[in-house]
Write a protein that binds this ligand. Structure first.
Ligand SMILES: *Cc1c(COP(=O)(O)O)cnc(C)c1O
Length: 388
């Protein structure tokens, strides 16, 4: 018998309800039947992101939305500031270089968050900066950035703010309009807990001004085409969209609103705390030292010297059916990451910690079996969060 648990920061577990929708017979993307769902999903995504801005559904993984942001918003040679706190910040840097932008980067040690005052200083010193690009939740380290403060700073300048909230939204609070975020990227396979393959992106009025002037070549991800098709009656996409995933997302969004966003954020907070405290109780060290910089989507744990990290995650996956992630980029082999975003509950967390304990024991790590599990249970109990 084999039962598996996916505890990675994307893709994440998917509920049976969403999978059933995903398995519905295919409808045509120009049919009235699909059109109704497409309009609903677009509207629900706006509510999900707390915005009145235009929201476009793209057929790609999350990176496609990042690329759409970079290629649509700027002109060749524009000066942009990438705020880099990890591997996804590096991705933004590579993209900006690929498309001929004049890159300025603000790099932080991996495992720490960006300081909004540093961004303020750089913007003052470089009034020609056209855009600031930053991650909300940096999935390679587990850090969360203070997007609200960054939004306040950038909105006072002529620059636009581009936020990769792919692993942030739906797990942590995100208020696109209230926080003045010009372009925000999301993906189907993160906290929304739908299948992989759809990205979405919101565009503010200020950002449209940039998009209309942009001269970087693009075709598939052209947002002006996307806008033209969204304005058709009924609204459509220029190319064939990922029909089944959009149908599945409709259900996933309904489930998000049914649970209630405050409740969803609370569940993520308690799950994260349970994982973090359990790991510390087992004598493991977390990568993110400052608790206020720890996000709720993923926890990065440092591999102790006496432990083989690759073997640890392999044992968890093959022997116990619990898939966790290794390190990315320069943290490869140095950390492992337990994802706890999306359709994850108290018992998924307890199962993951339990599997971690068995795998640690096999490599001779000294602790009493059950120590982490008990600590996780205490966190749920203390927070009065013993829900399914
Ligand atoms: C998952 C993720 C992405 C997108 O990755 P894809 O594999 O293209 O979906 C981008 N940024 C962050 C912070 C992510 O967590």
């Amino acid at each position: 018998m084999k039962k598996s648990y996916i505890m990675t920061p994307g893709p994440v577990p998917i509920s049976n309800e969403v999978l059933m929708e995903h398995g519905r017979p295919l409808m045509h993307h120009r049919s009235p039947e699909f059109s109704k769902i497409f309009i609903e999903v677009t509207d629900k995504l706006k509510k999900f992101m707390e915005t009145e801005n235009d929201v476009f559904i793209l057929t790609s993984s999350g990176t496609g939305a990042m690329e759409a942001a970079v290629t649509n918003a700027f002109c060749k040679g524009d000066k942009v500031l990438v705020v880099n706190v990890g591997n996804f910040g590096e991705r933004f840097k590579k993209m900006c270089k690929t498309f001929g932008l004049n890159l300025l980067s603000l790099d932080y040690e991996w495992g720490t968050a960006a300081k909004p005052e540093d961004i303020e200083k750089l913007l003052a010193q470089n009034p020609d900066i056209k855009g600031v690009l930053v991650q909300h939740s940096e999935t390679s380290t587990g850090v969360i950035n203070d997007i609200e403060s960054i939004g306040k700073i950038v909105s006072k300048t002529p620059a636009i703010l581009i936020v990769d909230s792919i692993s942030g939204m739906g797990a942590s609070e995100l208020k696109v309009d209230e926080w003045n975020l010009d372009i925000v990227c999301g993906g189907s396979q993160k906290a929304l807990s739908a299948p992989t393959g759809v990205a979405f992106i919101s565009i503010s009025k200020k950002a449209w001004g940039f998009i209309e002037k942009s001269d970087i070549p693009r075709f598939y991800f052209c947002l002006l085409s996307a806008k033209k098709y969204l304005q058709k009656n009924p609204p459509q996409t220029p190319w064939t969209p990922a029909i089944s995933i959009i149908v599945a997302m409709n259900k996933a969004l309904d489930m998000f609103f049914e649970e209630g966003k405050e409740q969803v954020y609370l569940r993520h907070k308690v799950n994260a705390l349970a994982v973090q405290r359990a790991c510390e109780k087992l004598g493991l060290e977390l990568l993110v030292k400052n608790p206020s910089e720890r996000g709720v989507s993923v926890t990065s744990i440092i591999v102790p010297d006496s432990i083989d990290g690759k073997l640890l995650t392999k044992t968890m996956r093959l022997k116990y059916g619990v898939t966790v992630a290794g390190g990315q980029g320069k943290l490869q082999g140095l950390i492992f990451r337990i994802g706890h975003l999306g359709y994850v509950n108290i018992f998924d967390v307890i199962t993951a910690i339990s599997a971690l304990e068995f795998a640690l024991k096999e490599q001779g790590w000294k602790f009493e079996l059950g120590t982490g599990v008990v600590e996780a249970q205490k966190v749920f109990y203390e927070n009065n969060y013993m829900q399914m």
